[in-house]
Design a protein around this ligand. Structure first.
Ligand code: MG
Length: 257
């Protein structure tokens, strides 16, 4: 679970992170009304290849695509297929890349055209919750501090905070210990240390936190069919403090103070 032992390892993971950010920029730019989700996956595949990286998701436990693309009521793990984007949809794009054996993983939710006020607020609050969680990623803090910060961001809006899927450590594998839940008592759980990298990834639902998995074995949607948003960054704890590796300047740039 201690994943980054030296600057060379960090540099590889940082390159994977830049690749993931570039994937997001390209996919978001291509995500227009009428576009099929499977063509967005091809955009992602090309960027990953251009960067000399490998996809983290393709083939992971048999997952059939480079990205997880999850529209509207789909929370996570959507398989990009024939569905074509419509005005007013919201779209979660989750991508991972490997460089030199090191993974980076990130997700974001974007509006397609004009979206209703409720959806716009869900997206914005989930994005803010990600950064509230990231602010807790510091050596000496505990995993519960992250979850508590995320959960606290959802509370005023009554959103369903998904408990069934959680953030995670990351490094030579996409999913490493510790688990990073989006809830929990502050000051409890695994202690964060320099050299670790974690993925913080709030998933908030407009309605119930309950989930259902489709017959494809992957697509996880809200049990009540209401919309869901998902944001994620990979954060490394270095000697110089936390560094967010997967920031796309275009979309979510913000320094960690
Ligand atoms: Mg993840």
């Amino acid at each position: 679970m201690i994943t980054i032992k030296n600057k060379r390892q960090f540099a590889k993971m940082a390159e994977a992170g830049r690749c993931v950010a570039a994937v997001h920029e390209a996919v978001v730019e291509a995500a227009e009304v009428g576009v099929a989700l499977k063509s967005l996956d091809l955009v992602a595949a090309e960027v990953i290849s251009d960067w000399g990286c490998q996809p983290s998701f393709l083939g992971y436990q048999g997952f059939p695509a480079h990205t997880c693309i999850s529209p509207n009521e789909v929370i996570v793990h959507g398989i990009p297929g024939d569905y074509r984007l419509a005005e007013g949809d919201i779209l979660s794009i989750d991508a991972g890349a490997i460089y030199g054996g090191y993974h980076a993983d990130a997700a974001l939710t974007v509006p397609i055209g004009e979206v209703d006020e409720e959806s716009a607020r869900l997206i914005e609050v989930t994005r803010q919750a990600l950064w509230a969680g990231i602010d807790q990623v510091r050596a000496g803090k505990r995993v519960g501090d992250i979850g508590h910060a995320v959960e606290t961001a959802a509370a005023p809006y009554g959103y369903g905070v998904v408990h069934q899927y959680v953030g995670h450590g990351i490094g030579r594998s996409m999913h490493e210990a510790p688990q990073v839940p989006n809830y929990g008592p502050p000051g409890k759980g695994h202690k964060l240390r320099t050299g670790m990298a974690v993925c913080v990834e709030p998933m908030f639902n407009l309605g119930t936190p309950d989930t259902v998995t489709a017959q494809d074995g992957w697509t996880v949607a809200t049990a009540d069919g209401r919309r869901s948003a998902h944001f994620e960054h990979t954060v490394a704890m270095t000697d110089d403090g936390p560094v967010v590796l997967t920031v796309s300047d275009l979309l979510t740039a913000r320094p960690v103070g």
